[in-house]
Design a protein around this ligand. Structure first.
Ligand code: HEC
Ligand code: HEC
Length: 353
């Protein structure tokens, strides 16, 4: 090899490498992208049997069934007219198909009724995360004037007066019977049993890529690339468990009420990330999302199509304060919007509750 050839190789080889890596980037398949994100634990199929927190769940079927009966019983409300299931209906994705719930006094709730799938994985509860455990959450929903307007003493009295309940509690909780604690234990056991898994999406991640049609594949690709949904809707429960302002047009100040930031106008002067909780809400899990319309904390979007159109615009709130930096116009065309909606349908689980 003469000097001239060697010299030109010095130039050609790095260029060839650069060119090849560029080509391979361009042609990375959906499967390859998914494999990478699986390694980063951003895409995770749910297998309850492998779940580390399994031990925390109540596995006693009797207690779960009792919890289910209580969940559907109107005796839990002040006027005997509303049960948990009146707002959280299992046939409506554990929401109620309406913008707001209707409480025991006929009033509307302030926010949309959220679904209850995979609650055990949540770090906080309610749209603004103001409860940090299911016990705390239950106490709030029982006593809230907007919802059941009850107290635990009255619930225990009513349940004790009912012979069937009394016997059931006595046999399931020997020595304790009906108490605030055993009542809560039963309701929470049922709540934790509402698990969403075994969906097409889980199957795809488990390696059976044939379960998706072309549209769903296209939608998945968008979800993890151009549409950038994966930054917040990630992990086994498709949520990052924190709070963001995604540009919903609303007067509800959301999480900043809890953090006591953004109450007056200090969010105008406090630098990011402090004002980032202004109008921010908990990223909801997208498990079974197709079933629980309408959407967002205010139930303002009737369909998933409306939701993705809002994201495509980069939000709709004219007040940009606190808007998450990931929210910006996405430039998705008609077919891409359709594909994304089709993909969101793959999170639905065949389970019954
Ligand atoms: C009147 C309608 C209504 C009734 C009745 C009701 N809820 Fe809710 N529930 C809601 C609304 C609305 C929210 C969200 C409120 C918020 O975020 O400010 C909610 C939130 C929740 C959450 C938090 C979910 C999450 O992802 O953060 C749980 C858990 C829950 N409810 C369980 C129950 C249980 C158990 C009962 C019965 C004891 C019950 N609810 C009764 C309307 C209702
Ligand atoms: C910056 C974080 C973030 C990004 C990016 C994001 N989301 Fe969300 N998502 C949220 C939050 C937070 C909410 C609740 C907002 C509210 O109610 O005001 C939400 C709500 C939703 C809901 C409504 C669920 C329900 O139960 O009401 C759907 C559906 C949804 N997102 C899908 C998507 C899709 C599809 C994308 C990509 C185009 C996306 N999200 C991008 C954080 C995000």
């Amino acid at each position: 090899m003469n000097n001239h050839v060697l010299k030109s190789l010095v130039f050609v080889i790095p260029f060839a490498f650069f060119f090849l890596s560029f080509v391979s980037l361009k042609t990375e398949t959906l499967e390859e992208k998914v494999e990478k994100l699986k390694k980063e634990r951003k895409l995770v199929a749910f297998h309850p049997e492998n779940d580390k927190v399994k031990n925390r769940r109540y596995s006693n079927k009797g207690i779960i069934d009792l919890g289910k009966t209580l969940f559907h019983d109107k005796v839990l409300s002040r006027n005997n007219n509303v049960s948990c299931a009146s707002c959280h209906e299992n046939t409506k994705g554990f929401s109620n198909g309406e913008r707001f719930g209707t409480g025991t006094h006929g009033n509307k709730t302030v926010r949309n009724v959220p679904h209850l799938y995979n609650l055990d994985m949540n770090m906080s509860f309610f749209w603004d995360g103001r409860a940090t455990s299911l016990d705390e959450q239950l106490g709030m929903v029982i006593t809230s004037k907007d919802e059941l307007d009850m107290d635990f003493t009255e619930i225990v009295t009513r349940l004790k007066a009912n012979e069937t309940y009394k016997l059931k509690f006595d046999s399931l909780f020997p020595g304790d019977g009906v108490t605030k604690k055993t009542f809560s234990q039963a309701v929470i056991a049922y709540e934790k049993s509402i698990q969403s898994y075994g969906s097409l999406y889980d199957k795809y991640l488990d390696g059976d890529t044939s379960v998706f049609n072309e549209k769903q594949k296209k939608g998945f690709e968008l979800f993890i690339t151009k549409a950038n949904c994966i930054t917040c809707h990630k992990g086994v429960n498709l949520t990052d468990a924190v709070f963001h302002n995604v540009g919903v047009k609303t007067d509800d100040i959301g999480r900043s009420k809890i953090d006591k930031i953004g109450m007056s106008n200090e969010f105008n002067s406090t630098p990011y990330p402090f004002f980032s909780t202004f109008k921010a809400f908990k990223t909801p899990s997208l498990r079974n999302v197709k079933n629980s319309a309408p959407y967002f904390h205010d139930g303002s979007k009737k369909t998933l199509r409306d939701v993705v159109e809002m994201y495509n615009k980069g939000g709709e709130n004219p007040d940009q304060t606190g808007l998450a930096k990931e929210i910006r116009p996405l430039g998705l065309n008609e077919q891409e919007l359709e594909a994304l909606v089709e993909f969101l349908g793959t999170f639905s689980s065949p389970n019954e509750y």
